[in-house]
Design a protein around this ligand. Structure first.
Ligand SMILES: Nc1ncnc2c1ncn2[C@@H]1O[C@H](COP(=O)(O)OP(=O)(O)OP(=O)(O)O)[C@@H](O)[C@H]1O
Length: 277
């Protein structure tokens, strides 16, 4: 279980408003080193906005961001990245028709020679890429020249996350990394999340999947309509309770109550009970 060490990054009472829309209201979130913080919420709950505040894409309208316990401000995503905050999006950001090695170093290739004669040292790029993904359990890929398109969805996620870690990520923001994957593939990514945690990285794991969250999460924050609806530690709630919270537990109770009203003439309360699980 992670320690109570100073969070790598922290949001304190952060709000974000757009014209007429309160996307985030008074949200606090701590990401300690070596921990997985799950961020859950329905569509429109504010998860993307929160990621964008954490990764320097938006400035908060109110509230503060702390990095290693010190108040800070990210001028833009490049600034946040340079200070160790990496975001890996669901669509992964790898290019299928490029090799594993080239994808790994996209934009930051190790060069042979110098000046106008510098060219990509592909052997070096391949070697580092393979070593990094092997470290995290992807042993099926044996050749860095292999095209990324031949990798599975989970392997591609691991490549993208491994790349972020190689380039110095201390906080990894993973935006729905398991949502498009089958069971085995999701397990590959979840295993990787645990391996990154063991290296002391702080992970913000955004997901719709309460089961995936409860498998790896240390801390959980549920957003509903831009507010923190619940915030708790591992073991304090079951995944069924988590699911109900994400759906807006109270609303579900209200719907269940409505369905069981005798004047509606709906036979039995099966639907109402079903709605609660
Ligand atoms: N740039 C913007 N301008 C105006 N409103 C915005 C903007 N970005 C987000 N919103 C609004 O803020 C609220 C939160 O949106 P956000 O995209 O953060 O939710 P989400 O939890 O990421 O949803 P999803 O899972 O569908 O991506 C929504 O009501 C959305 O319409």
């Amino acid at each position: 279980m992670p320690s109570e060490a100073t969070p790598l990054v922290e949001l304190r009472n952060v709000s974000k408003r757009f014209a007429g829309v309160h996307a985030l209201s008074d949200v606090s979130l701590r990401v300690p080193p070596g921990s997985v913080v799950c961020l859950l919420g329905d569509n429109g709950a504010g998860k993307s906005t929160l990621i964008k505040v954490l990764s320097g894409f938006y400035q908060p309208s109110d509230g503060t961001i702390l990095l290693d316990g010190k108040e800070t401000r990210f001028s833009d995503p490049r600034d946040a990245r340079a200070r160790g905050i990496a975001t890996v999006h669901q669509d992964v950001g790898t290019i299928p028709l490029m090799s594993v090695g080239r994808n790994f170093f996209l934009g930051a290739e190790p060069k042979k020679g110098w000046g106008p004669f510098a060219r990509l040292d592909i052997d070096k790029a391949n070697g580092i890429a393979l070593e990094q993904i092997r470290r995290f359990g992807i042993t099926r890929v044996r050749d860095g020249n292999q095209l990324v398109g031949a990798l599975s969805g989970g392997e591609r996620q691991v490549l993208a996350i491994g790349r972020a870690m190689y380039f110095g990520a201390r906080v990894l923001i993973l935006d729905e990394p398991t949502s498009a994957l089958g069971v085995k593939e999701a397990a590959t990514v979840l295993r990787f999340i645990l391996a990154a945690r063991a290296e002391g990285v702080g992970i913000v794991f955004i997901t719709h999947n309460a089961h995936h969250a409860t498998l790896v999460g240390d801390y959980f924050t549920v957003l509903i309509q831009g507010r923190v609806a619940a915030s708790f530690r591992r073991g304090e709630k079951s995944s069924a309770e988590l699911l109900s919270l994400m759906a807006g537990g109270e609303q579900m109770e209200d719907i269940a109550g409505e369905l069981s009203r005798p004047d509606l003439g709906i036979p039995g309360q099966g639907a109402a009970q079903g709605a609660r699980t």
